[in-house]
Design a protein around this ligand. Sequence first.
Ligand code: ZN
Length: 295
Amino acid sequence: MKFRAPLAALAAILLAGCAPATDDVYRALIVDGQNNHRIWPTTTQYLKGYLEETGMFSVDIATTPPAGEPMDSFRPPFSEYDLVVSNYNGDPWGAEAMADFESFVAEGGGFVSVHAANNAFPEWTAYNEMIGIGGWGDRTERHGPYLRLRDGAFVPDHSPGIGGSHGERHEFPIDIRDTDHPITRGLPTRWMHANDELYDRLRGPAKNVRVLGSAYSTVESGGTGKHEPILMAIPYGQGRVFHTTLGHALVSQRCTGFIATFQRGAEWAVTGEVTQRVPEDFPTADQARGRPEPE
Ligand code: ZN
């Protein structure tokens, strides 16, 4: 952590209601280096820009060696950061880096998992507890249940089957399922998300997952005909994890709904609170809205 406990408490007081001074920013680390999405160097820059735009974060990037190469050299100093954002989906890290990351979150670090980061590490137990549910990597019922909407709440469903799929890309509405969480408080209860993959049938340990937002996966688009968890908040030890399944393409990550929930999720993962206002250009129930391509 950047702040020792008394300083963190002082910072929380100073931060109340206003953006922090530039030398009081939280330290964020984006991890990348391998991904089935070849645009990962660009999405890392998008995510970096969105964090910096809040005025709350300074951002470093830790890039792994390419796929198939030894991972020993990848050992970021996680404990020097307040927040880790994963834009990584690739080879397992070395045992020391994995242990460092587990300690970082367990001891109170914030973690944000973006889109295909939830495909990574199917056999890393702690990582799957952090993200709650994930997809692909030969995930099956052996990895844990689905989360399915029953009587207004997402509950474990241990039906056998694959973990992770999606239909055709399209615009789809996000339904906020929990209006009393710092990340979602004040957001429209339904908003249209830009063209993206709607991940379905994710499964995992699914412990203590608070589903903040979901989307209905239509059979017509090649989906499940079920409501799928999209935005999630998960406690892990003393740490907090925000998990967004959104963000396949650049247009998906330029959606104002993606941006605002990512920024709010990042702040919450670090502080447990959200001080940011909902942007004026947030999407409406039937109109997706996005930002222009950065220069
Ligand atoms: Zn994707």
